[in-house]
Design a protein around this ligand. Structure first.
Ligand SMILES: [Zn+2]
Length: 398
């Protein structure tokens, strides 16, 4: 089966500078011919406070700190995200107009009482895996996006899986990568035992102070943030973290970072979203942009498997939107000529040719009556009747 279908490349509604994608899930499909994002243009080692994009609206939704670990093909580990999926996730953020910010800038803005832009997102990577250099850094350069790496110095430069100090320096020099602390040796700070002749309190200080000092000495920059290993912390640890000189410390409590803190949140216990290999696009959308566009009756249903390679993809938009703003994209970057009927509120699209077997992502975006852009996204699978015959429930819905 072959795919290629009509695209509205470069017409009317702005596709804000489509970048090429590294995923192989859409072969031979025509994509809009806009240029890739500039790469390697950021040269300052300490970029100035990032201003919101011109025209960006200020949001009460706050900022989503999206956090990955390792980017690699490792189907056995849930924390490892395959490179094609990761590339899709960044492409999705780009196509949906995410305002990707340095987390440190966002912290400064909130502390200074400045509002964060709408659709604000920060990218985080825990542990210091080599894939930050091999898989993540090239994409950051391509999009010219900043990211924060939380590393634990005991592991750096110790083997093939870990980043080296030289790689960290190179990334930091680009102006795109901030390096922050993930403690010295990545223990569970709540339950760790005395080690190397240090009692608990001494070890806690070692993990907090020495990691900060080591990174600052090795890289010549100031460390202001801590990510708690495994997200474990308590009141005492928060107090010691503050004493060690951190401005902010980050958990894995799934919520947006907002000027108005949620329950239990302090500067020493701020929320982040972990992205796993099985984090699906609908959830990713909620994490990144908050409340999704209110839709129902999606066909093909979310996470279902169908055998028809030319399905009419449709969805009902359940909230009032500007009809001219409604758009559908297939396979993340391909804007398709979907028809929206404002009376029935149904948006539908039938491909001109067969879609290939595999997973297809549909994303819908529209502006609500307040002018706020909203997004909904889901994925379905196409299988040929032969291979689908072996499935237990070919039309399963979530
Ligand atoms: Zn970790």
């Amino acid at each position: 089966m072959r795919v290629s279908f009509l695209l509205l490349a470069g017409t009317g509604l702005a596709l804000s500078g489509c970048v090429g994608r590294t995923s192989t899930s859409v072969k031979n499909a025509a994509v809009s011919s806009k240029k890739p994002g500039k790469s390697g243009t950021a040269t300052q080692s300490s970029p100035p406070l990032l201003k919101p994009k011109p025209g960006a609206k200020f949001s009460k939704n706050g900022l989503a700190v999206l956090t990955w670990h390792r980017i690699a093909e490792r189907p056995d580990q849930y924390t490892v995200t395959p490179p094609a999926k990761f590339a899709d996730e960044l492409a999705f953020l780009h196509e949906e107009g995410a305002n990707v910010m340095r987390l440190e800038d966002a912290v400064r803005m909130v502390k200074a009482g400045q509002p964060l832009p709408e659709r604000a997102v920060a990218l985080g990577f825990d542990d210091g895996f080599k894939s930050c250099y091999t898989e993540v850094f090239p994409l950051l350069k391509r999009y010219n996006w900043p990211a924060t790496l939380y590393i634990y110095p005991d592991w750096i430069s110790t083997g093939a899986g870990a980043l080296t100090w030289d790689e960290l320096k190179e990334m930091q020099k680009s102006g795109l990568v901030d390096v922050q602390s993930h403690t010295m040796g990545h223990p569970d700070l709540v339950r760790m035992r005395p080690k190397h002749g240090m009692n608990y309190e001494q070890r806690l200080r070692h993990e907090l102070f020495d990691s900060k000092k080591t990174i600052e000495t090795k890289l010549g920059t100031k460390v202001t943030q801590l990510a708690y290993p495994y997200g474990f912390y308590n009141k005492h640890i928060m107090a010691e973290t503050q004493k060690a000189g951190y401005d902010s410390a980050w958990t894995v409590n799934a919520a947006p970072f907002r000027a108005r803190f949620g329950k239990g949140e302090t500067w020493m216990s701020l929320p982040r979203y972990l992205i796993y290999r099985n984090t699906k696009i609908d959830r990713f959308t909620r994490y990144a942009f908050g409340k999704p566009l209110d839709v129902s009756r999606a066909y093909p249903a979310a996470n279902s498997t169908i055998t028809n390679p030319v399905p009419t993809i449709s969805v009902r938009i359940d909230e009032a939107v500007d009809p001219r703003s409604v758009q559908m994209r297939l396979a993340i970057i391909q804007k398709v000529n979907a028809k929206y009927n404002p009376k029935t509120r149904v948006l539908s699209y039938t491909p001109m040719e067969e879609l290939r077997e595999g997973t297809w992502t549909v994303s819908i975006s529209a502006r609500d009556k307040k002018g706020q852009q909203k997004t909904a996204a889901w994925a379905f699978v196409i299988k040929s009747p032969d291979s689908a015959a072996t499935l237990d429930s070919p039309n399963a819905t979530p």
